[in-house]
Design a protein around this ligand. Structure first.
Ligand SMILES: Cc1cc2nc3c(=O)[nH]c(=O)nc-3n(C[C@H](O)[C@H](O)[C@H](O)COP(=O)(O)OP(=O)(O)OC[C@H]3O[C@@H](n4cnc5c(N)ncnc54)[C@H](O)[C@@H]3O)c2cc1C
Length: 334
């Protein structure tokens, strides 16, 4: 079994989270580092945390181990029962019908349909959408921003605006630089990180009836099982930092994908995997760096008032898109 490195956190049940936070703030003499809807955490040598989830009815002790898979296998071999949280907030044995049915709140969306619905909603509220116009220069004047754009046909024009929201995805660092920001000094330099998908052979169409996520790896969520709208089973994405944007999927990676999948789907062979497609994440976290989250920030304090930068918007940027829009709205109307 992996060597147990020591206790890292203890989560106590807290039926009334506010009262629990007040009591532990007084006990520890410090404010919580995080307070959410049903969870709060205090820092320190061993983190103390409080959970209002119904199944947390006794203290939970978290240990650090060298290898979580080894530790889990060793515990199960010694008679432990692996449990998962299910939709009603209770626990069930992993592998039972309740867990296999998964959480009904997770799933897949038609990405282009979602984007199209946002476009329609924006236009219904008076927005004008100019597709195929690339922003090439930004100037800040007394009345706001002047954005120079060039159409796909090469025609140049200008757009003026009071607020400028930089949501340029992989181009967001460059747009921030065009607005005069020192992206390296401000930690806004994005690193393209490619993620490839492989398609499982049709014989595996029933291999899972919900998304399956392993424990996350350094720069990504780990090779997980998902589906497309045509019902194909996809495995991916991996993580590969790249210098030049490219979207090829190297068939030779089937061996690495097969090995990653067999950790939780032992029946998948390497030749059951065919190259699918690739996407590129605009990550703020470079190779070997500590975790970096999105940046959603207004740039007044960096000399660019009226500019809101959305930088490093990688997964789950789509899932979080409405919340991100709410945050931009909050910054603009603040
Ligand atoms: C492999 C992979 C898997 C993912 N899986 C998930 C997932 O399961 N769930 C999830 O929620 N998210 C996922 N994501 C993340 C999600 O796709 C992104 O977070 C989301 O697309 C970001 O949206 P965005 O509008 O910020 O950027 P983008 O979708 O990149 O849009 C930016 C737009 O700006 C335009 N643009 C760029 N430069 C200029 C310019 N100079 N002038 C004018 N326009 C410009 C681009 O053409 C583009 O249309 C995944 C991403 C990858 C790469």
């Amino acid at each position: 079994m992996s060597e147990l490195k020591g206790v890292t956190s203890i989560v106590f049940p807290a039926r009334d989270l506010d009262a629990g936070v007040a009591a532990w703030t007084a006990m520890l003499g410090e404010e919580p580092a995080f307070v959410g809807e049903d969870f709060a955490a205090f820092g320190g040598g061993v983190d103390v945390a409080l959970s209002a989830l119904p199944w947390v009815d006794h203290p939970l002790v978290f240990w650090e181990v060298d290898d979580i898979d080894d530790a889990q296998r060793a515990l199960v071999a010694r008679g432990a029962t692996p449990l998962g949280e299910i939709a009603d907030g209770s626990l069930a044995d992993l592998g039972t019908a309740d867990v296999t049915n998964g959480d009904p709140a997770t799933g897949i969306v038609d990405v282009h349909g979602l984007i199209e619905s946002y476009r329609r909603e924006a236009e219904d509220h008076g927005a004008m959408v100019a597709l195929d116009h690339a922003a090439t220069a930004l100037d800040r004047g007394p009345d706001g921003w002047r954005v120079s754009v060039r159409s796909a046909a090469g025609q140049a024009s200008e757009i003026t605006c009071t607020w400028l929201v930089n949501a340029a995805g992989l181009d967001a660092s460059r747009i921030a630089a065009l607005a005069g920001l020192d992206v390296d000094a401000l930690g806004l330099r994005q690193r393209p990180c490619k993620g490839d998908y492989f398609v499982l052979a049709p014989k595996h169409a029933q291999i899972a009836n919900h998304l399956v996520y392993p424990v996350p790896v350094h720069a990504g969520l780990g090779v997980h099982i998902t589906f497309d709208l045509a019902g194909r089973v996809l495995a991916g994405p991996d993580t590969e930092y790249i210098d030049q944007l490219r979207y090829d999927v190297d068939p030779a990676k089937a061996a690495a994908f097969g090995a990653a999948l067999r950790r939780y789907l032992p029946d998948v062979a390497d030749d059951d995997l065919a190259p699918g497609y690739a996407g590129i994440r605009p990550k703020l976290q470079g190779p070997g760096d500590a975790f970096r989250d999105y940046v959603i920030a207004e740039a007044s304090r960096h000399g660019a008032p009226g500019l809101v930068n959305l930088v490093g918007i990688e997964s789950p940027g789509l899932t979080a898109s409405q919340a991100i829009a709410d945050e931009v709205d909050r910054l603009i109307t603040a």
